[in-house]
Design a protein around this ligand. Structure first.
Ligand code: SF4
Length: 224
């Protein structure tokens, strides 16, 4: 495709310039590392194919029903399934949560805070059903490690802005965000691109006419 052949990796200052403009629009997102990596892992499993509200209801019920993650791990799977039912796909998610907790054993994942990033990510990605996005969520939200989760909004907005090679697989987009977010706040990068994707750079018809990034975005020119 012509667009793909003309793409070249942008320098990190491009992401910084985008974030400055988004900061003027939305403010600087709040959020501190919560230092609870297992909570984040489970929350990310629960967030699949549902909205934030249903995810949070399922998570709250899970925490109310069981006194610890060990108790969730050792419970009959049907009990876990019952607790998380409001989040949808309960049978699949219950099995996956227990698989992850069994794989962790007694590891509380506290070592992720200071381990080399590659090592920390590789460990997480070796857990059942855990991919780059989940690993990045755990590292970023638990400990502020500079790994930016590329969800559907970050991927779409980033591709339109020319941050990612058109058609790049998610793995490549994560590597690209890692490179681009050097010198930027990775948490801000993640939250600001999601906000922008929800409010203006929406999936079907992006509202380019009212977008604070329109002067630096190649998408309106490409799409005519
Ligand atoms: S100019 Fe359009 S495509 Fe580019 S970021 Fe803004 S809304 Fe999205």
């Amino acid at each position: 495709m012509e667009v793909a052949s003309t793409w070249s990796p942008p320098p990190p200052r491009r992401l910084r310039a985008i974030l400055e403009r988004l900061r003027r629009e939305y403010g600087r997102p709040a959020g501190r590392p919560h230092r609870a990596p297992i909570d984040e892992l489970v929350l990310t499993v629960l967030s699949q194919n549902t909205n934030d509200r249903n995810r949070d209801v399922a998570y709250g019920r899970l925490r109310e029903t069981f006194e610890s993650w060990h108790a969730v791990r050792d419970a009959p799977v049907e009990e876990v399934e019952d607790a998380i039912r409001p989040g949808g796909l309960a049978p699949t998610k219950a099995v996956r949560i227990q698989e992850i907790l069994r794989a962790l054993g007694d590891d509380d994942l506290g070592w992720l805070e200071n381990a080399p990033l590659e090592e920390a990510r590789a460990y997480l990605c070796a857990l059942p059903g855990v991919g780059r996005k989940t690993a990045a969520c755990v590292l970023l939200f638990s400990y502020g490690r500079p790994d930016v989760p590329v969800d559907t909004h970050v991927y779409r907005v980033g591709t339109r802005l020319g941050l990612f090679r058109p058609g790049a697989p998610l793995e490549e987009a994560h590597d690209e965000m890692l490179r681009l977010s050097r010198g930027a706040d990775p948490h801000e990068a993640h939250v600001a691109l999601i906000r922008h994707g929800r409010r203006i750079c929406v999936a079907r018809t992006p509202r380019c006419g009212e977008c604070p990034l329109r002067r630096v975005c190649p998408y309106p020119r490409r799409s005519g």
